[in-house]
Write a protein that binds this ligand. Sequence first.
Ligand code: URA
Length: 434
Amino acid sequence: MSFVDIITRKRDGRVLSREDIETFVTGVTAASIPDYQASALLMAIMLRGMTHEETAWLTDAMARSGDRIDLSDIPGIKVGKHSTGGVGDKVSIVLAPLAAACGVIVPKMSGRGLGHTGGTLDKLQSIPGYRIDLSIQEFKRVLRDVGTSIIGQSASLAPADKKLYALRDVTATIESIPLLASSIMSKKLAEGSNALLLDVKCGDGAFMKDVGGARALAETMVAIGKQAGIRTEAFITEMDAPLGNAIGNALEIVECIDCLMGVGPVELMDVVTRFATRMVVLAGIDTDPAAAAVRVEQALSSGRGIETFARMIAAQGGNARVVDDPSLLPSAPDRELYRAPRGGYVTRTAAEAIGRASNALGAGRTTVGDPVDHAVGVIMLTRPGDRVTEDQPLLELHHRDGRGLATALAFCRSAIEVADAPPAAHAKVIGEVR
Ligand code: URA
């Protein structure tokens, strides 16, 4: 049977066999299937969808396409965490040390930012000396010593996903539930955690624009995790507005430090503490969520969360003094204010456009190899629902000699809406799937 037959079957809306899917994944990994045929099948999957069974087979084949990390020699239940990506999404950087301070082992392999979204690795690399390229032995040593380690994806982990993700990025096949779910879950299955907490973003700045799509993605991933024997839960969180006030690498690290010091923005702290509470429950440290919430609160107020963050930074070669002195982080030389065009209520701070504004200043990349300016970005001085007067500063742009400033300001203009009436209030956490 030729690969064209497999493409034809999916093009015609039929269900692929496990063998078809194995042929696809092994062929992509070995580069024996040309990109044009792999892309054709991706588009057929995007348009025709997959059954839960096909998605589970695809995930399993991708997880087996490379190495799988064995963390069984590290005592305790390992709880992974993954976000589908957003703007200002710095949750993992606060959550991992906070959960570790509660006794959870949190192994975390993160990605770089691409498109309008930021990447955990880029943010952490704004800390002088911080190494993201630990060997698996070093990763395990930090996990044992500190309780958490955040590193880059090992090249040998789910290589089929690496290839398919790159193709999807340039063939308009990102926003497909089976392709998103298999991409994320194949890496998570290969990472060796026993339990997993997923954050499925939903809204303007997310891959999933509506709650129905986000819920379907969350349910698919939770089902895949369960089938693989990994206790998996998902939160669905709103990504119409950036999370927290800082967007941009070093600026977000400063906000993470604030959070672990207990003075972070309220909505971000709410998300982090709710997630940490579930991770404590998933790790089996507390079965009662109320007791887990108290444990998280104590880890925060006692300073054990920030101390764990400092220990992780030091264990990975970084300058842990940034925790007490954030001025050691890169800082942009120039500032520009974006002001309210009129008085009224801020009704919209569109996440995607603000992410693009930050990237235009140099905080992100348009192609994988682009350099990143860790210092630049955007600070939100107001939030949706705030009452503002004409000319009041709404955003503070941190830039370098005006680089990308005109483009960034144009994005800011399209992102912000001020109107006569306040918007309806809504919570960041929209739903849960267990
Ligand atoms: N993150 C991933 O790992 N894969 C996707 O497809 C999208 C976000």
